[in-house]
Ligand binder design. Structure first.
Ligand SMILES: Cc1ncc(COP(=O)(O)O)c(C=O)c1O
Length: 375
């Protein structure tokens, strides 16, 4: 917490808006819109997954449709496709950005167009703080007349290029304020859209789809998905420190890169013009070059009660999605074998980071010494 949240929460209590409506919720939506550059419509919701569920439903996704998606993503970024009975088709990452490979996507869209089987929506994921290639994706979506929903749950605080912020892409982008994200409302999310009617529809569906009437009247079904005014009050305090948090994460990344620069270790690349928040610092470790595997590092850190996690397991490798269509060359599969998310919390001190680095460097030094001895 920044220390600013408690006063916003106190204001919410004082006004008695302890509900999924209220001035703090309105102010939080405005603050996010301003941060993203304005001119958008922001709807505060109970989670990133709820935001995605609404975006897909408003895009018209249903049981006979396909949604094309980055395979390497978190479960909450795909399960809403299942809620709507649609079928996912998975895409590999580009080695240049570690986000969806737009060349492979373009090829498959052209083929699908020819065969009259275009998807209803494309759902690329901003990965670990890095925006997808919005220009290329928006061009493709327009060319083929498909909806583009960008999963920006991990990228608030990042820039795509030329000053454009992550979270502003496509027909809609979704944000997450889950406890592990760069800013949090304890739990929460947001739908960000350039379409006014999408925002109106999201507010309607998120509050149990109540038609205009003095009694309760429903012509469709809805959800209880609106963000609580109390959680929004926390978010208001967090927005004041968002850039500070992103800068801290970038500084943590820079220290890791300086200390761990050696043959066989690759950091998540940042394409020219992009500015990742480095929500998490992600590395890939080539065991053939370093003599150390991703698991060696993870387990060594775990021995010292330090948590590091493998990158997301690609969804086409998950038992749930066995037999699904996948387009790619297996870059994401190899990254899953070698990729590790290092501790990256904004509140991590330099001393704590030094401890992480000490254990990792010791492993690499032992290994090179052993290789030297053997040599
Ligand atoms: C890529 C991605 N998509 C979607 C979500 C879902 O957000 P939430 O946890 O707020 O439902 C998350 C994170 O939690 C995520 O990392």
């Amino acid at each position: 917490m920044s220390g600013l949240e408690a006063s916003h929460v106190a204001e919410a209590f004082a006004s008695n808006f302890v509900a999924p409506v209220g001035p703090q919720l309105d102010a939080f939506e405005h603050a996010v819109n301003d941060y993203l550059g304005g001119g958008l419509h922001c709807v505060g919701l109970s989670s990133g997954s709820a935001s995605l569920h609404l975006a897909l439903r408003i895009a018209g996704v249903g049981p006979s449709d396909e949604v094309w998606i980055s395979s390497m993503t978190f479960a909450g970024g795909i399960f809403p496709v299942n809620y709507l009975g649609a079928t996912p088709r998975f895409f590999d990452l580009s080695p240049q950005s570690w986000t969806i490979d737009t060349a492979i996507l373009a090829e498959e869209l052209a083929r699908a167009n020819h065969e009259n089987r275009l998807p209803k929506a494309i759902l690329p994921t901003d990965l670990y703080g890095q925006s997808v290639d919005l220009d290329a994706l928006e061009r493709l979506a327009t060319k083929y007349g498909v909806r583009l929903i960008v999963d920006s749950a991990e990228s608030l605080g990042s820039e795509y290029g030329r000053g454009r912020k992550a979270g502003t892409g496509g027909d809609a982008a979704i944000l997450s304020f889950n406890g592990n994200k760069i800013i949090t409302t304890s739990g929460g999310g947001m739908l960000v859209t350039r379409h006014r009617d999408w925002a109106t529809k999201a507010r309607f569906l998120a509050t149990q789809a109540r038609d205009e009437a003095p009694h309760y009247e429903h012509s469709t079904y809805g959800y209880n998905y609106r963000l609580s005014n109390i959680c929004a009050a926390i978010g208001l305090g967090q927005m004041r420190v968002l850039d500070e948090r992103a800068n801290r994460r970038r500084a943590i990344f820079a220290r890791y890169r300086t200390a761990l620069s050696r043959p066989g270790i690759v950091f998540m690349p940042e394409p020219k013009g992009y500015r990742s928040s480095r929500w998490l610092t992600v590395i890939s470790i080539d065991p053939d070059i370093t003599g150390v595997s991703r698991e060696d590092v993870r387990l060594k850190l775990l021995d010292h009660s330090i948590e590091a996690r493998p990158v997301w397991k690609p969804m086409h490798l998950q038992p749930l999605y066995a037999g699904s269509n996948y387009h790619g060359v297996g870059f994401d599969e190899r990254l899953f074998e070698t990729g590790l998310c290092l501790p990256s919390g904004s509140d991590m001190s330099d001393l704590q980071q030094d401890e992480v680095l000490f254990h990792i460097c010791a492993l690499f030094d032992d290994s090179s010494q052993m290789n030297g001895d053997l040599g």
